[in-house]
Write a protein that binds this ligand. Sequence first.
Ligand code: NAI
Ligand code: MG
Length: 358
Amino acid sequence: KKLTIGLVPADGIGREVIPAAQKVMEAALPNRFSFLHLDCGFEHFQKTGVALPAETVQRLRDECAGALFGAVSSPSHKVAGYSSPIVALRKQLDLYANVRPVASPLGATGKPIDMVIIRENTECLYIKSERLLSTPLGKIAFADRQITEYASKRIGRMAYTIASQRLAARRAASGSSAGSLPPKATVTIVHKSNVLSITDGLFRESVRAVQADDPTFADIHVEEQLVDSMVYRMFREPEVFDVAVAPNLYGDIISDGAAALVGSLGVVGSANVGDTFVLGEPVHGSAPDIAGKGIANPIAAVRSAALLLAHIGESTPAHRINAAVDKVLVANDPSILTPDLGGRGTTDKVVRAIIAAL
Ligand code: NAI
Ligand code: MG
């Protein structure tokens, strides 16, 4: 039976990298998928007045085993009636974790990097509770930040589970792979509880409590790192990190930063994961500066497709796709790679090279 995969390219280079990832999925598992193309995004909003059609959400839920999302263009000024459809989609499908592997056989420090950043996806400052007061002393803006024990424990559980799975995979592959990580699992809790002792304090306590309550996670090494020094350490010695877990805003920032360590935002994929659905999504945005030119790097979308496949039980093609991408990266052929990686190639050339490497 065919697996139905939803494709939601949305805006800008989303329209270029999602079809590219579709081609790679089809090549990795011919005749296995049927693809369902769905609308959403700022351009769709400009045409119809609706950013995220109810039909898109419903068909994802009812018909799809999982989906792949491109990127949305969100204007930085307020547009009446518009709010980011990806934020709404994560909420409506309860995709509470954003899992972002940052991996490269050759990272910026010359060593292999193999870490996963797990970003809480539903709360923190992104509950968007802001207000502006006009006072005799000038305007004052406030934003509320929500951290719940429930969401922090749920994301903590996800972090320990992924750390255990990665450790099992490393043990199974030991000897053969040249990975940099030691044979133990480490979860780094990222926070700033020295300053925000109540909100970040609750986050760190809750994540720790998950381990204390569950003996299956007993042998995972837990570390803490304040978010500012996390940035510093990540740039100095990224190869020491295994799994990092962070509240929404810190996770957003450190994972874009980590993308620089593996060459480009154009190579980092992610998966929005809930208990009943998974949505692959490149970490990058709609890149209006290069949209329509055929030079967007499709690797982030392809890696997101691999993450999606792994989450829906197709781990063999997921591994093959990632191995093919690694091969193309290691070959480092400037006539194939896109300009963000210093090449002069195109989206299409990269896709063909990945398919050839499969
Ligand atoms: P961006 O990620 O779109 O672009 C940042 C820089 O990286 C640009 O120079 C771009 O050309 C480059 N880049 C990004 N992806 C690339 C790829 N695949 N290949 C080659 N180069 C790539 O971030 P920016 O410029 O801050 O935001 C642009 C728009 O995207 C905004 O409207 C923003 O709201 C939206 N955005 C949407 C996201 C989403 O849909 N989840 C996430 C981040 C931004
Ligand atoms: Mg971001």
